[in-house]
Design a protein around this ligand. Structure first.
Ligand code: PAF
Length: 286
């Protein structure tokens, strides 16, 4: 694997490539990231990964300095996956001058759910992803469904800016008990790790209830709101601090209307909740 730290070296490595498949990451790689590398290898060649902890997407009270940086381990994992180039720029390379130009997702997609609780987060994400796309110029890019809203925002950004990269969504990788893999899981104590399964469990129960209600043609928009509230209550009674549990339309993450309840496969349930000091997110397509 070639490890490059500058945009110039990266472009030299990739010159003439016609089917570059790209996986952007912030490092601290786990099996979920590695599954993205394998999907990339099935859709293109060469596979390029990036590792860059992007300050722009961290809020003032978030864990930018504490974010785990494990470059040596990450390199070993990427080598095993047969990644061709790792682009690992530092901040001076990515942001040699203050990044004054930003990409702002539309309010109705960027300021809801994660965007409501992490103001500025998606502007930070789309700005760095736009820049990474300019650096790598990939024909295919892989994003995990674990970050469902991020995936949707990046897809729309590519469509609206005519960015010539195909976005491939990747299924969430889970532990045996259902917990979605995340770099943040490493912050959980042993007790919290046991408890953490309740986020996916609660989303699963909510999804099952929606499916049942829709199958029996008994589901109303009010029931949707009740199910969301009940799911939040389950978690909060167990000691979580829940930001949201939301049943939304898969196509645009808008709130559910009566027409959407004719078929459950138009819906997704998303959740974000804090267990101790660790904020976890997850979602399930219904
Ligand atoms: O999903 C992530 O790890 C980050 O948001 C991304 C896409 C690498 C941008 O920094």
């Amino acid at each position: 694997m070639k490890i490059v730290h500058t945009i110039q070296e990266l472009r030299a490595q990739l010159r003439g490539q016609l089917r570059t498949a790209f996986v952007p990451t912030m490092g601290n790689l786990h099996e979920g990231h590695l599954s993205l590398m394998r999907i990339a290898a099935n859709h293109g060649d060469p596979v390029v990964a990036s590792i860059f902890v992007n300050r722009l997407q961290f809020g003032p009270n978030e864990d930018f300095d504490k974010y785990p940086r494990t470059l040596e381990d990450d390199i070993a994992k990427l080598e095993k996956e047969g990644v061709y180039v790792l682009f690992a720029p530092d901040e001076r390379e990515m942001y040699p001058v203050p990044q004054e130009y930003r990409i702002s997702p539309p309010h109705d997609l960027g300021d809801i759910l994660e965007g409501e609780f992490r103001p500025g987060f998606f502007t930070g994400v789309t700005t760095v992803v736009m820049k990474l796309f300019q650096c790598v110029q990939p024909q295919v890019s892989i994003f995990g469904k674990k970050d469902y809203q991020q995936l949707m925002i990046i897809r729309r950004m590519c469509a609206q800016f005519s960015i010539p990269t195909e976005i491939i969504p990747a299924e969430t990788v889970r532990e045996d008990d259902g917990l979605a893999l995340s770099s943040r899981n490493r912050y959980l104590s042993a007790d919290e790790r046991r408890e953490a399964v309740w986020l996916s469990k609660t989303l699963q129960q909510t999804a099952d209830r929606v499916r049942q209600g829709v199958a029996q043609c008994q589901m109303t928009v009010h029931d949707v709101a009740d199910l969301e509230a009940a799911a939040m209550q389950v978690l909060n009674h167990r000691g979580w601090k829940t930001d949201y549990i939301a049943i939304r339309r898969r196509t645009d993450l808008k709130t559910v209307e009566a027409d959407d309840l004719s078929s459950p496969d138009r819906l997704v349930v998303l959740g974000a909740s804090k267990l101790g000091a660790t904020r976890l997110i997850d979602n399930l397509e219904i």
